[in-house]
Design a binder for this molecule. Structure first.
Ligand SMILES: C[S@@+](CC[C@H](N)C(=O)[O-])C[C@H]1O[C@@H](n2cnc3c(N)ncnc32)[C@H](O)[C@@H]1O
Ligand code: SF4
Length: 488
């Protein structure tokens, strides 16, 4: 156990997030009376703030790092930001010596590292200045710097110029055939909640009608139906929801319409015909793994063959923009099994591939059974990420968005790859947060972006389907209030 002492400051949250990159096994304390102690002290001297981090084993100091910042002419907000970064840097340097772990994102603990690159590009920095800043201020590894810059540049075409009158629209269908053991998304198993689908669709249509007025002056740029698994609805209900969207809202300018078909065990020819009829431009057929034994272990009631058959059926029906999601680090999967997944996907040749690294979410059954679960070793995860990138590039898929999640194995990253011209604009806008996202349905979270004030407000819908059905008016009202509050 590592004991952490903070002196003259209380940036506990930031320190904890940083220490977690190296070890989960730590505690804050006030005494030095332990075998492993990490101490950070903040001092002021002549307009300078000085951060010193020391590491002791049994009272004996092993490592020390000190940095300072000149606070002259800085605003309070700037001082706070720079102080936190400086504290994290000295901690990082010491912890790196103690644990010798590969921490490629340096002191960055947030989930949107590409945002920093956009901010630097906005400030007019050139490539070299950006690389230098990422290296010096954040200690990001060179390979992640190159990746971040490549992604930011690819995203900019879609994000800029920003237009506050354009929005994206998300529709949540929170039903799934069975619940995957790692999942914490709004997903209700059909066996228990399937009988609520008709009523859910009625209420969802009420919410569509309710937000019509709220977005009448906005241009909907992208439409995304996700979940859960939208194709867990029958074709009639799917048709009803999509028809209501087109009847009630002005979708004449949408650049992209995605439906996460997701699980192959919910996809039928009839459902795909409904999607085709409504001109859905992009669908997802998600394997997660192309190994039957893993699919069974993670609680997905479908086989690899079903994935391949579904994919081929969608292709033969004219779907020319298909995404596939996979997860690295799934139970008992080694590099060879991941390679098998990638080889199978290569044969199918999708237009985009999203590679996730397993995150242990609080609300998942994986978290409950964490002690029984043997984690894929960190080094192996790094190799899996490298391998997936190699295969992606071979398939002509280039990285176009990236995010990290809390509680992710090894604190690595999720990367979306796509062929040129097949980038999902919705995903990019969600990541970079320069555009508001209106979200309807159970468990969805709307995000109102106020660029002038550098502020984002979230308005969440209830996750529970029964609650949603009973309280849909309240969900509409919550959004109305947020919009009106900011209109005055
Ligand atoms: C909201 S889910 C919906 C997709 C669809 N229902 C399916 O499972 O095929 C989107 C994607 O997030 C990824 N995902 C979900 N839970 C995850 C976790 N705990 N760790 C890593 N990736 C996860 C999966 O790859 C999944 O396809
Ligand atoms: S991963 Fe997809 S199918 Fe599995 S429970 Fe989550 S939302 Fe449902």
């Amino acid at each position: 156990m590592l004991y952490v002492i903070l002196k003259n400051h209380d940036y506990k949250y930031e320190v904890a997030e940083l220490v977690k990159l190296f070890t989960q096994n730590f505690e804050f304390t006030d005494e030095k009376n332990f075998a492993m102690v990490l101490e950070n002290t903040l001092l002021t001297h002549n307009n300078h703030l000085i951060s010193t981090t020391r590491y002791f084993t049994n009272y004996e100091m092993r490592f020390e790092e000190r940095q300072s910042i000149d606070t002259t002419n800085l605003s309070e907000q700037e001082i706070k930001k720079l102080t936190k970064e400086m504290i994290k840097r000295t901690l990082y340097k010491v912890l790196k010596k103690v644990f010798n772990t590969y921490v490629p994102w340096g002191i960055l603990t947030g989930i949107r590292p590409i945002k920093i690159v956009h901010t630097l590009l906005d400030l007019g920095y050139d490539d070299e200045q950006i690389k230098e800043t990422l290296r010096k201020n954040y200690y990001i590894a060179d390979e992640k710097i190159e990746l971040s810059l490549e992604i930011a540049k690819r995203e900019r075409v879609f994000v800029y110029p920003v237009d506050k009158d354009k929005i994206s629209l998300y529709v949540s269908i929170p039903f799934c055939p069975t619940i995957c053991y790692y999942c914490s998304f709004p997903a209700n198993p059909l066996k228990v909640y399937g009988n609520l689908r008709d009523e859910y669709v009625e209420k969802l249509i009420e919410e569509i009608k309710g937000v019509k007025d709220l977005i009448k002056n906005k241009e909907i740029e992208t439409l995304y139906i996700g979940g859960g698994t939208p194709t867990a609805l029958c074709e009639n209900n799917l048709d009803k929801v999509i028809s209501a969207l087109f009847d009630e809202l002005d979708l004449s300018k949408i650049k992209e319409f995605t439906v996460e078909a997701g699980r192959p065990d919910t996809i039928t020819k009839e459902k795909l015909e409904v999607l085709k009829k409504h001109n859905v431009t992009r669908i997802s057929i998600n394997p997660q793994s192309m190994n039957d034994i893993t699919l069974e272990k993670i609680g997905r009631s479908h086989s690899v063959k079903e994935i391949i058959d579904c994919f081929n059926m969608a292709r033969s029906m004219g779907f020319d923009n298909i995404n596939m999601d996979i997860i690295l680090g799934l139970v008992d999967e080694d590099l060879e099994m991941v390679e098998n997944t990638l080889k199978e996907i290569e044969k199918l040749n999708p237009e985009s591939l999203t590679v996730h690294t397993l995150a242990v979410k609080r609300a998942s059954s994986l978290k409950e059974n964490i002690d029984d679960y043997e984690f894929t070793r960190y080094e192996e995860m790094v190799k899996m990420i490298d391998l997936s990138m190699k295969y992606a590039r071979k398939m002509n898929l280039k990285p176009y968005y990236l995010y990290r999640q809390k509680h992710m194995l090894g604190n690595l990253e999720n990367i979306g790859y796509a062929k040129e011209g097949y980038e999902c604009i919705y995903n990019i806008q969600i990541m970079e947060e320069k555009q508001s996202n209106y979200a309807i349905g159970a468990g969805s979270i709307s995000k109102f972006v106020y660029l002038d004030e550098d502020r984002i407000e979230r308005v969440d819908n209830v996750k529970n389907v029964e609650q949603y059905i009973n309280r849909v008016d309240e969900m509409i009202e919550k959004k109305r209030k947020e919009i009106e509050k900011n209109a005055n």
